[in-house]
Design a protein around this ligand. Structure first.
Ligand code: PNS
Length: 159
């Protein structure tokens, strides 16, 4: 039986850090669904459709599917029959929030395990919010995101 993982997030936009984690997750799941959250508290820069399109451009792998989801992550995970939730842990600052979320998700769906992955060393301090901030003020984000994402940021910010 093949093992399906789910890698949820806002992906606003996808960065090379996310790409790294998707690749790493395929070491222990057969397929991964990159699950783009539609209803996040934050006001996203990109629409869900734009975020999905950018992920598809950045990741070209038949083992990776990109979907949006609304509502609880565990409900979506159950619907698609995923057994593992994959999240990245970059620094101590991520820990509190990630731990809370993993425990709550386990309360809601005990059969689904959360697995934390450590990102590549040079991508550890990368986040979508930092990328947006740099791009907004015209900084160079070419080392941090795929060219298609860089272009999309330029269009959004008009620079
Ligand atoms: O990339 P992010 O913004 O840190 O991702 C957070 C995300 C989307 C994974 C999380 O907010 C989420 O799962 N939202 C869906 C609603 C839900 O299930 N919340 C968690 C209950 S503990």
């Amino acid at each position: 039986m093949s093992r399906l993982g789910i890698y949820p997030g806002s992906f606003d936009p996808i960065t090379r850090g996310h790409e790294d984690l998707i690749r790493r997750s395929l070491a222990f799941v057969d397929r991964v669904i990159v699950a783009v959250a539609v209803n996040v508290a934050k006001q996203p820069l990109f629409t869900p459709e734009e975020r999905v399109a950018l992920i598809k451009e950045a990741v070209d792998d038949s083992k990776v599917e990109v979907r949006t989801f609304d509502g609880l992550l565990v409900d979506f995970a159950r619907t698609v029959k995923a057994s593992v939730i994959v999240r990245g842990l970059r620094a101590v600052s991520d820990f509190e929030y990630e731990f809370q979320m993993a425990l709550m998700n386990r309360n809601l769906a005990p059969a689904i395990e959360t697995v934390f992955l450590v990102p590549a060393f040079d991508l550890t301090y990368l986040s979508s919010s930092l990328v947006r901030e740099v791009a907004r003020f015209g900084g160079d984000v070419s080392a941090l995101v795929q060219p298609a994402v860089q272009q999309a940021l330029k269009r959004k910010y008009g620079r």
